[in-house]
Each structure stands twice: as C-alpha cells, then as structure tokens.
Write a protein that binds this ligand. Structure first.
Ligand code: ZN
Length: 442
C-alpha cells in the first residue's frame, strides 16, 4: 500500500473516533463501559484534577523505599561503544546526549565506573532524584492502569466482542500473576493455533515504564471500538492478533505498591544476594549476557542466571515458538522517542539484505507516524538478550522496539492521550503489513 493512501485512510478512521455530544451523553450513562474515547477522557480529566490540587493528593514524600542504594547519574560517553561499556557496568541508559548519558546505577557498581576510566559528571540517589525531579507526579498517577485495572479492561473487551476476541494468559509470573493477552481472530479462540499471519504487541517488560502498558492497552480498546470500519475489519478478518499490555505485572505492582516511586525496572525475582529482579529485556537467548548486559544481580541491566531463567521470558518463548504464523512484533518501552530494529546485541544490521530493507522501511514508516526517530538498535548501543533480536533470529519475525516519549518514567498522565493516538497509527500500520511484510518493498 502506498504510504499516502494509507495515511489518508488512517486519518479518516482516527478522526472518526472523535465522539459527538449525543454519543458522549449516552456513553456516560453506561457506567463502567470501556471505550477508547471514554478512557482518553478519563485520563485527561484525571490529569486536570491532578494539576488543580497537587498539594492535597501528593504524598508528602514521593520517594519510596530502596532508593538510597541506587543513583541517577550523568556520565561522559562519546559513542555507542562507550555506551555499551556503561550498560555492562550496570547502568541502565535512559537519556542519550551527543557526549553523555544519564541513567540508573547501583552504588556497588559506581567504583567500577571510575576503574574503567568513566567520568561521572553528576550523581544523586534515586530518592533525591524522585524528590527533586518528579515531585508533581503522584497526583496524576492514578490515571495509569495497574495490574487489576488493565486486566479488567481486557476482560471487558473480550466479553463485549466474543465473536472475534478472547482472553488468555501467556503464563504465570513469579508471584502468580497472569500475563493477560487479548487475542483477536475471527475463527480461532484462546490458544488454538491459526494459519492466519500473526501480529504480536507486548508492553512493559520494564516495570517503571508505565506508559508502555497504556499504549498497547488502549490500542486494544481502539481496535475493538473500530472493528467494523472497513479498513480495520479487513485486518481483523485476515490476521491473528495478540496484545499483551503488561508482561511484567509483578514488577509494575512492586513499583507502585507503596504509593511512592520505587523506580523498579526488573521483575520480582529474589536474587541470591537478596537484590530484587532480573532485567527481562536482557534475559532472552540472543548473545545472552555479553555486550551491554550486567552479571551483577543488583544492577538494573542484570541478565539473570541463564537465558530464559525467568517465567515471563519463558512464557514469551513458549508462545512465539508455538506460533510459526507470527510475522511482526512490537515491544513497547519508554522513554526515548525511537523506533528500533535489529540487531541490538551485535554491532551492525541484519545480514539478510531483503530483511534489512524491510526493517528499515517499516521502521521509517512507523517513525513518520509517531514523530519518533527510526534507528538501528545497535547504533544506539549494543545490548544483548533482548526480545526483538531473539524473535527475529529464531523465528524470522519483523520485531521492533518502540521507545515512547515522556522524558521520565513518571511523566504524568497528561502525556498518555497524545502518545496513544500517534502510536495507534503506527500499530495499525504494522497490521497493514503483517499479511506479508515483504510487500513493503514493492
Ligand atoms: Zn524499557
């Protein structure tokens, strides 16, 4: 499909979701009803409430426990090779500037940085960072979906659209939560195999990246709201679509359970040294625990004790390996405004020339629709053990990472509606090519 025609059609469907006053009035009568506009409205009004009365709703101290052991630092790093070394030293890189990066590091890893000759320009404990840089946020925080709320929305969607949608879990986490997945397929339900080409959307490998739950969750709601629009119906009729908005519910709940920020990235594994969590996006079996990954359990980029040591990544492995029909995958993270594609764990693009062109083309189209920057993942830094490298290497899936916007893990709810709208466009684009991604080369 030509991009112009696609954008035009998509603009029409997105604008068609703007509701009239009469519809809104009817909408508000159906208490508890889940619709895309209703959810977006709620997010906006929660945000405004938060702005009006922050003093009454903000906890006096927004910083949670366990934040004295880790630091937010800015370190000099001139290129992707230095950035990769910083990841290996245990820094989770969150902001990249031409000659420096910022991110989270455990206090025990700080000496390693100076040993390796890195210059730390500034540092503060996460407790300080949260107090000084994010003091507004808790007031508007309730707009983000916790585990129960996201599960309720998915259950509601499946119940309302029983003819084409079903709900199942990829499996149980360490703490026994479900990785709820909405499946959209006109002929197969639950975990039954399908021969139709498949698309898989997964959010929140990293707990504190809460916007990465909202985007796939609201995309699921949008798809069901617009299921009868001809452009959307044809994808629903011909594809096998899976949406898992929250792959790491244990981590999400751990991050927010005290009502204060914990800045938790990993899952809820208790490591041998009693630190909490394995970095799920370093735990896949793709050059596992080599470049850009740390073997120190306390670090934010800890790779775990073995590839697929964690139930969350095992569940994705089992799910993907059982579905040879999957053509595309989108993994949502925050917050760098990027569309990334393999290789991430190896310096350079994928070897297959045709595949390389498909990645670049799809990445470019989704970047145009979101306003993000498309980038070969390893041009940013080399990081092994991630979802996309593994999915492409083992199953030939065109797998992308979207780094959403926000400028912080807790950017407030005011950012959700705009981010969801633009990422719905990119998600629909992915559907439009999932029948045969090689067609993008025509
Ligand atoms: Zn992430």
């Amino acid at each position: 499909m030509k991009r112009y025609a696609f954008c035009l059609a998509l603009s029409f469907f997105l604008s068609a979701t703007g509701v009239s006053a009469a519809e809104q009035a009817e909408d508000s009568r159906k208490e508890g009803e889940v619709t895309f506009n209703r959810l977006l409205d709620k997010l906006t009004s929660d945000y405004e409430k938060g702005l009006q009365a922050p003093a009454q709703t903000s906890p006096a101290d927004p910083a949670g426990p366990d934040l004295e052991d880790r630091y937010w630092i800015t370190a000099k790093a001139a290129d992707k090779y230095e950035r990769t070394k910083l990841l290996e030293a245990g820094l989770s890189i969150e902001e990249i500037r031409p000659d420096s990066v910022s991110g989270v590091i455990h206090k025990n890893s700080l000496p390693l940085l100076s040993e390796k000759g890195f210059v730390v320009e500034s540092r503060k404990t996460l407790a300080q960072y949260v107090r000084e840089d994010m003091k507004d946020f808790p007031a508007a925080d309730s707009a983000y979906s916790n585990y129960r709320e996201s599960a309720d929305i998915l259950k509601n969607l499946a119940a309302k659209n029983q003819d084409i949608a079903s709900l199942f879990s990829l499996g149980k986490t360490i703490e026994g939560r479900e990785m709820w997945t909405l499946r959209i397929n006109t002929s197969a339900k639950g975990e039954t195999p399908s021969a139709k080409p498949g698309a898989f959307y997964v959010g929140t490998h990293h707990a504190r990246e809460h916007l990465a739950t909202e985007v796939p969750l609201l995309f699921a709601v949008w798809l069901m709201d617009n299921r009868n629009a001809p452009e959307i119906k044809k994808y629903i009729d011909t594809l096998d679509i899976y949406i898992t908005p929250m792959l790491n519910p244990d981590g999400v709940e751990y991050d927010i359970s005290t009502g204060k920020y914990r800045m938790h990235r990993k899952n809820a594994r208790t490591n041998a040294d009693k630190t909490v969590g394995v970095d799920l996006n370093r735990n896949y079996d793709s050059w596992w625990c080599t470049a850009g990954s740390s073997s120190y359990p306390g670090s934010d980029t800890y790779c775990g004790t073995a590839p697929f040591s964690e139930p969350e990544t095992q569940a994705v492995k089992k799910f993907v390996e059982a579905r040879k029909n999957l053509k595309t995958l989108m993994s949502y993270h925050s917050f760098s405004n990027l569309i990334l594609y393999p290789w991430g764990g190896k310096d350079g693009p994928v070897e297959n020339e045709r595949d390389r062109r498909v990645f670049a083309k799809m990445g470019g189209e989704m970047a145009a629709l979101t306003g993000y920057t498309p980038e070969l993942s390893s041009d940013l830094y080399v990081a092994t053990g991630d979802t996309c490298d593994w999915a492409y290497a083992t199953s030939g899936i065109f797998a992308f990472t979207t780094e959403l916007e926000g400028g912080s893990f807790y950017p407030g709810s005011g950012i959700i509606a705009g981010s969801v709208r633009k990422n719905v466009k990119a998600a629909v684009y992915m559907l439009s090519v999932s029948g045969d991604p090689y067609r993008v080369l025509n």
